[in-house]
Design a protein around this ligand. Sequence first.
Ligand code: AMP
Ligand code: GLY
Length: 444
Amino acid sequence: MTPQVLIVGAGGREHALARRLAASPSRPRLWAAPGNPGLLQFAAPAPVDPADHAALASWCRGAAIDLVVVGPEDPLIDGLADVLRDAGLAVFGPGAAGARLEGDKEHAKQVMAAAGVPTAGYVTCTGLDEALGRLDAAAFPLVVKACGAAQGKGVAVCADRDAARAHLERCFTEDAFGAAGRRVLLEECLTGPELSILAVTDGRDYGLLCPSRDHKRLGDGDTGPNTGGMGVVACADLLTHGLGRAVGEGVVAPVLDELRRRGVDYRGVLYVGLMLTPDGPRVLEFNCRFGDPETQAVLPLLRIDLLELLLAAARGGLGAWLAAQPPPGPGAPRDWPGAALTDWERAAAVVVAAGHGYPGAVRRGDAITLPPDREGAWIDQAGTAVRDGRLVTAGGRVLGVVGEGRDLRAALSAAYALLADVRFDGLIARRDIGGGIPLPRSEP
Ligand code: AMP
Ligand code: GLY
């Protein structure tokens, strides 16, 4: 029987999930709620409003959906996975209690403390005066974070008191992040390269996907404001000695144990945002879902059937499924839980093309011209829409250009070559994705 899979979401991550699921040997029928024009090349639109959780559950039952993959954090934080599971559906994505790891950064800190996970020191403030009072004794740079989920924009690394005050005022006085900014963490500033590691889990067992590095600042050379992510590389070059063990045994396993102790059944991705400090990896944040744009770079490197992996996590039994996979291929790190999931001899990169004004108020409606996909390079659409038969910009991060190859240099050059043929007014893209990572030599 053809498996029926619903993807909830409308971004580049969901386009990448659909692209990969469509390539599954079991040839699933894909549905999207709501989808975007790129994703809808692979999936049929589900005729239901994804914001209406009960209606979505009842549509899924009627359509005999075998698996629901929830892409973004907001519906997970709002408990969509709980409603779907209560209706007897298999869901890839945690319920509200698990998603709180992303929706409430203070809660995440408390779970980390209970689980013994290394992270930055912090204090929580609930009002402007209290926070300003704390600044007197603070060391700078200081990280000021809205406690709730704010699409990566609620965090400011503040060089001095004035910058910290400005971000605190955005949170408390200007209400720039709504309820997400009414509690704020003042956090110790860590230094070192950043890394994102996606752990796929059924709440008990887990496998780590290929590590990736997001470039969160808007401008070249890591300048300008934080964004949702402007580009990513994923490859074995990002591995450091002992990383798999440090993240597996030091972070993912103890957090899953602590969640189970609290009665939380966590099925989906535990996204670990790390800083590789001189004292070892420390956790910057958890997300409760696939990263965007990390996913667009990490999925092309899989050497297993993504549908099987997601089903094993959603239904339980991931440990047995992982144990039944062929052994890891050449170049695999030895201490990497789930090393067999990834082809370590390839690399991938994503360069995001954002619209005019991003990450502030973005202009919409600019006509987009896209080149066709090429061997080793393609486009995952995100903030796009079709108006009067034309593809136009409709969001901050408009699309991600993905390149894949036998090393990072090949992946980056494939992505940038395709990006050169993407056209829309106001296009913003970083020119230095992958900078700072030593590039392996490519043969001519
Ligand atoms: P978050 O949403 O918590 O990952 O924060 C977004 C970005 O802010 C991270 O990717 C880092 O670049 C930066 N950041 C967050 N926390 C810290 C920290 N404690 N020290 C230094 N930079 C941080
Ligand atoms: N790229 C950062 C995130 O997905 O949160």
